[in-house]
Design a binder for this molecule. Structure first.
Ligand code: ZN
Length: 380
């Protein structure tokens, strides 16, 4: 869901990314607050005052959503699960937890923590509202605090709906998983409920304006559509996870890959390898030792007249733990590293190159597994 975005920074080693779609919701919220809610509840001020308060309130809202996601991620990390990044998208956030929880208990803890933190935050904002209104702190604190209280509690409750992949759906899944012992079956059930909730929301959104306002239509249709997409994607991810379960790198890697000499010029590299063979990445090996990895992307920006002068060793990615895995590693566990290394890793054992594994190898393995399972034939 939306790879593009702006990286804001890191908290606890977790990258915080702002998806481009997030700006749309940010603008909508500022607009609703500044041109509708605040002028109604705090009348008598100029437009610029409402806009400033609208922006400040929206930033608090944004921080609340981030806090919700951070709590998920911190609980995940405390349970030994790696969290790559948090992407704030159109409705809240996605914590990119690079592996599925291994037990229902862990999944339950990670999932319930987010909504609980939203409800706690909501309670804090409600308290600020009560205190501020008692001591007459002014409507510009009272009203935003009330709204932030509502929105956080709403966020917590919405996320507790039992449709996967909402947090509540994950809690629901962990319960079915606990009783059936099957991650796949529990995900299928929780996703089906998730889709049901999504369709219900879309329908409410379409007939809703008869009873509520136009804004509710927009919210429900968008939320429903988002949930629908997420339910499908979440189930697919579990299928992929299951397809890769217990598959080792050595089972799907390409053994004895074609290697190149790092002293080769780019001109010879292009004519002798990239143009002649169908591979787009090669290990660079000199005197029997792996020195690095070169892919077609690395030579793209080199002007043609430089090709005879520049060598493979000048542009290759030098050997480092970032581009190396071992044949006994679980394929599922190397996925984050593989994506950081542009979809290609050298496979080495005892300092010797034994193979290469690419994203394409993994896609083939997934298709093979899923296909063989669906047609009922035993997996090879
Ligand atoms: Zn959540």
């Amino acid at each position: 869901m939306g790879r593009g975005g702006i990286t804001l920074g890191s908290i606890y080693g977790i990258k915080i990314i702002l998806d481009y779609s997030w700006f749309i919701i940010f603008a909508i919220i500022i607009f609703i607050l500044s041109f509708s809610l605040f002028p109604q509840l705090i009348p008598g001020f100029g437009a610029s005052t409402y806009i400033v308060i609208g922006i400040i309130t929206s930033i608090f809202f944004f921080s609340s959503v981030l806090a919700h996601e951070l709590v998920h991620s911190i609980i995940a990390k405390m349970n030994g699960i790696n969290v790559e990044s948090i992407t704030l998208i159109i409705f809240g956030g996605i914590s990119r937890i690079t592996e599925e929880p291994r037990t229902p208990g862990v999944e339950f803890k990670i999932s319930i923590a987010g909504p609980l933190s939203s409800i706690v935050l909501g309670a804090i904002f409600f308290s600020i509202f009560f205190v501020a209104s008692r001591v007459n702190l002014g409507l510009f604190i009272v009203v935003p605090a009330l709204w932030l209280g509502y929105i956080n509690v709403a966020l917590g409750l919405f996320n507790l709906l039992p449709g996967f992949p909402l947090d509540g759906g994950r809690v629901f899944r962990s319960a079915i998983w606990y009783f059936t012992g099957s991650l796949r079956r529990s995900t299928a059930i929780a996703s089906a409920v998730g889709k049901g909730i999504a369709y219900t929301m879309i329908i409410i959104g379409i007939v809703g304006p008869l009873f509520f306002g136009l804004i509710s239509l927009l919210w429900f249709v968008l939320l429903g559509w988002y949930l629908l997409r997420a339910a499908e994607a979440g189930y697919e991810q579990v299928l992929y996870h299951e397809a890769l379960e217990k598959v080792k790198v050595s089972e799907i890697m390409t053994e004895n890959p074609v290697v190149v000499d790092p002293r080769l010029s780019i001109a010879d590299m292009v004519s002798g390898y990239f143009m002649r063979l169908h591979y787009i990445g090669y290990p660079a090996v000199e005197n029997g030792g792996a020195k690095g990895l070169i892919t077609i992307d690395m030579i793209r920006d080199i002007p043609r007249d430089q090709w005879p002068i520049i060598r493979v060793s000048d542009v290759m990615r030098p050997l480092s733990p970032d581009i190396v895995t071992n044949p006994d590693a679980q394929v599922f566990d190397i996925l984050p590293k593989l994506s950081r290394a542009d979809g290609r890793l050298l496979v080495m054992k005892d300092g010797q190159l034994v193979g290469i594994i690419t994203a394409a190898d993994i896609r083939r393995a997934i298709v093979r597994r899923l296909h063989l399972e669906e047609t009922g034939r035993p997996a090879a």
